[in-house]
Design a protein around this ligand. Structure first.
Ligand code: AMP
Ligand code: TRP
Length: 338
């Protein structure tokens, strides 16, 4: 249930850690675009402080942040309507994150699957920031009193932790100050899988470039990757039950449904009975027609560094105007003298 005491406000973030994938686009960006309407106010952030929880080359971080900003705009985020900025330029995020480090419990953070996956067997050697990552993410959201957070399925646990932090803060200080945020995880694109392995998430960090479609890929690359995508030997079913236990088939059908904004059932209605080679041709054409305009606009905008930096600078100012009074009030609640 949405907390009605708060203004409907959307916040979400993407790490500028190099390259946007079809997973980012279908799982996150597309929803970011569609939420830019009444009653919502929308705030979207390039979370550079999250990116540096694992090593980032400084030159690449700068380029990736600009490219990500270009990707937001090319996908349909209007910087006049939405506030677009990079996290490090609004210090209130880290100030609130410190407070949340004192609210979140070691046990809560230790249970985060993303931390366990990223740290692997190497828990002693990863940064403290990688462990504290979800408390900063909660601060990103709650420093704006955001009520809705569109994300892909993999962020669900972090959003539950954000709710836990808000609940504990409100309870400990006997206030109703932070909203209990609603995750927005909807549609066929919330979990786009690797094109090489239907059980693995499509990710910019996968060593194989053939496993993902990048928003910067040319039509030829998109075509090749879809033609080479792993499938099983059966054809396409006309009913949902025919996809059971077929992760690669489910993935391609989900991608088709999400790209064309229709239900999986309708896709199967249309393509049931055809072979994968035929379906892959249609899917390629669809993917190229949807992604090419974004890719072209993104590469044009990425070169306009002055304009991108101006948009980010103005976005940070707008963001601070909301964040600063919320931090001030938080300090008051805690008993800090200013
Ligand atoms: P990241 O690139 O990890 O910062 O993720 C940014 C956003 O994209 C988050 O909302 C993720 O949940 C979403 N996302 C990333 N990869 C995928 C994927 N393979 N399928 C669906 N959503 C994804
Ligand atoms: N952790 C998110 C990811 O990797 C990125 C992120 C940081 C985020 N802060 C956020 C997403 C706040 C939504 C809201 O995908």
């Amino acid at each position: 249930m949405t907390d009605t005491a708060f203004k409907p406000r959307v916040f979400s973030g993407i790490q500028p850690s190099g390259g946007l994938t079809l997973g980012n686009y279908l799982g996150a960006m597309k929803r970011f675009v569609s939420m830019q309407a009444e009653p919502f106010e929308t705030i979207y952030c390039m979370v550079d402080l999250h990116a540096i929880t694992v090593w980032q080359n400084p030159t690449e971080l700068r380029d990736n942040t600009r490219e990500l900003c270009a990707g937001f705009i090319a996908s349909g985020i209007d910087p006049e309507v939405s506030t677009l900025f990079n996290q490090s330029q609004v210090p209130e995020h880290t100030q609130l994150a410190w407070i949340f480090n004192t609210v979140a419990r070691m046990g809560w953070l230790s249970r985060m699957t993303q931390f366990k996956d990223k740290a692997g067997k190497n828990k002693e050697a990863v940064s403290v920031g990688l462990f504290a990552y979800p408390a900063l993410m909660a601060a990103d959201i709650l420093i704006y009193h955001a009520t809705h957070v569109p994300v892909g399925e993999d962020q669900k646990q972090h959003l539950e932790l954000t709710r836990d932090i808000a609940t504990k803060f409100n309870h400990d200080y006997k206030v109703n100050f932070f909203p209990i945020t609603e995750p927005v995880i909807e549609g066929a694109g919330t979990r786009v899988m690797s094109l090489r392995d239907g059980l693995k998430k499509m990710s910019k960090s996968d060593p194989s470039d053939m496993s993902r479609i990048n928003l910067t890929d040319s039509p030829e690359q998109i075509n090749l990757k879809i033609q080479k995508a792993r499938t099983d030997s059966a054809g396409l079913p006309s009913e949902l039950s025919g996809l059971e236990g077929r992760p690669e088939a489910i993935n391609l059908v989900n991608i088709y449904a999400s790209l064309s904004d229709i239900s999986v059932e309708r896709v199967l209605n249309e393509v049931g009975g055809t072979s994968f080679s035929e379906f892959k041709k249609t899917l390629s054409e669809l993917a190229v027609s949807k992604l090419s305009p974004i890719s072209k606009e993104m590469s044009r905008l990425t070169k306009e560094t002055t304009e991108i930096d101006r948009i980010l600078g103005r976005g940070a100012e707008r963001a601070r105007a909301i964040a600063s009074p919320i931090l001030k009030k938080t300090y008051e609640i805690i008993g800090m003298i200013q």
